[in-house]
Write a protein that binds this ligand. Structure first.
Ligand SMILES: Cc1ncc(COP(=O)(O)O)c(C=O)c1O
Length: 385
């Protein structure tokens, strides 16, 4: 099979070979239901307990603080809707650049009597501290701000924000889906600052799709989204996806072991890429902010992002655009719009996100292909006017 160079690790990552090996028995001979009282069941339960310890250890949490879910999207929905169900309607505040799986549930509860505030970000994508303080003065009940943005890679000052939210009496959640494996994530330290819940997702760091967790301070009250047999401390019923959870545990262990070695390599790739992008006339979004080491979000004025992605795909490079293509009419990225980027430039957005397998040679090859593509498209654009 023709295998293009994969530069889209914020979308998903290839599962590590050790992860696949660990999962396979749970898809064949070890098929027991973890709730069964015989040896098949007990073996599956032990595997889940082990994975729970691995996930907890990776983020400095206690095993009892891990609630397994089917994905980061479910974990974010569980936190927002589950917490809202335990309060009388009040104010809910979420970052304007959050992933849709935070924004949409927030909008859903806003239709049920809550007041939703979208926390403004500055031109680099960082939460605007004055605007944040103003919203905290209104005493919100739930606040959610992501640790790292999936499009720009911009990192938020989570401990500072959480401390402000705690002083306001709010429950503070952070979506850390893009952070694990790229920067250190320590729930104990975050929890001490005021973060009460954190979302993780296995497929963003070498684990399988369909396994994720809400890491949560046990003092937080949540109503389950999925009620039934009372799995996961009653917070998420349903027979556990044993193989995926086992893979999640192994991926966590590997991600933490490798982070210190991988992160500087990713950063070197990012710097190599950005240096040449700027020379080619690209605008790099969030460049002045602290960012994930693996992510570059950029645009060439006048060029359409989707077109560039298509041409690079044909040239053998898999990257992402910044458009949320949910319909025939791709909307420009809401993250860039929140940062004050105009719709025309936002439609040009392109995202490269590196993974541990990428090399400097691949980046050079990509840059050559990009340079050729940009020159060709610029020529076509010039001819059209
Ligand atoms: C920041 C962020 N949060 C949540 C999610 C959703 O995670 P999942 O794909 O596991 O549902 C994603 C996935 O793209 C993400 O980037």
């Amino acid at each position: 099979m023709f295998a293009p160079v994969y530069l889209d690790h914020n979308a998903t990552t290839p599962a590590d070979a050790a992860v696949v090996d660990a999962m396979l028995p749970w898809l064949s001979l070890q098929f027991g239901n973890p709730s069964s009282r015989h040896e098949y069941g007990r073996a599956a339960r032990r595997a889940i307990d082990h994975a729970r310890r691995q996930v907890a250890a990776a983020v400095g949490a206690q095993p009892g603080e891990i609630v397994f879910t089917s994905g980061g999207s479910e974990a974010n929905n569980l936190l927002i809707k589950g917490a809202a169900a335990c309060f009388k309607p009040g104010i809910l505040a979420v970052g304007a650049s959050e992933h849709p799986c935070v924004i949409k549930p927030a909008e859903q509860i806003a239709r049920r009597g809550w007041t939703l505030h979208r926390l403004a970000v500055d031109s680099e994508g960082r939460i605007d501290m004055d605007a944040f303080a103003a919203v905290m003065a209104l005493k919100p009940k739930i606040v959610s701000v992501m640790l790292a943005n999936n499009e720009t890679g911009v990192l938020q000052e989570i401990e500072l924000l959480a401390a402000m939210a705690r002083r306001a009496g709010a429950l503070f959640h952070s979506d850390a889906v893009q952070a694990v494996g790229k920067v250190a994530v320590d729930f104990r330290q975050l929890n001490a600052a005021g973060v009460q819940a954190l979302t993780l997702s296995a497929h963003k760091f070498g684990g399988p799709k369909g396994a994720a967790a809400l890491v949560m301070d046990k003092r937080v009250d949540l109503e389950a989204l999925i009620a039934g047999g009372g799995h996961e401390r009653g917070l998420r019923s349903g027979t556990e996806n044993v193989a995926a959870i086992v893979g999640f545990g192994v991926a966590c262990e590997l991600a933490v072991q490798r982070c210190a070695e991988v992160a500087p390599r990713l950063l070197a790739l990012r710097e190599r890429l950005e240096e040449r992008l700027l020379k080619l006339g690209a605008i790099v979004f969030g460049r002045a902010a602290e960012r994930l080491p693996n992510t570059v979000f950029f645009a060439f004025p006048e060029l359409d992002g989707e077109t560039v992605v298509g041409q690079l795909d044909r040239a053998g490079y898999a990257i992402a655009s910044g458009a949320a293509c949910s319909s025939a009419n791709p909307e420009p990225s809401h993250v860039l719009r929140a940062m004050g980027v105009g719709p025309d430039l936002a439609r040009g957005a392109l995202r490269v996100s590196f993974g541990s397998g990428n090399t400097p040679e691949q980046v050079n090859g990509f840059l050559d292909a990009l340079q050729t593509t940009v020159a060709r498209l610029r020529q076509l654009t010039a001819m059209a006017v």
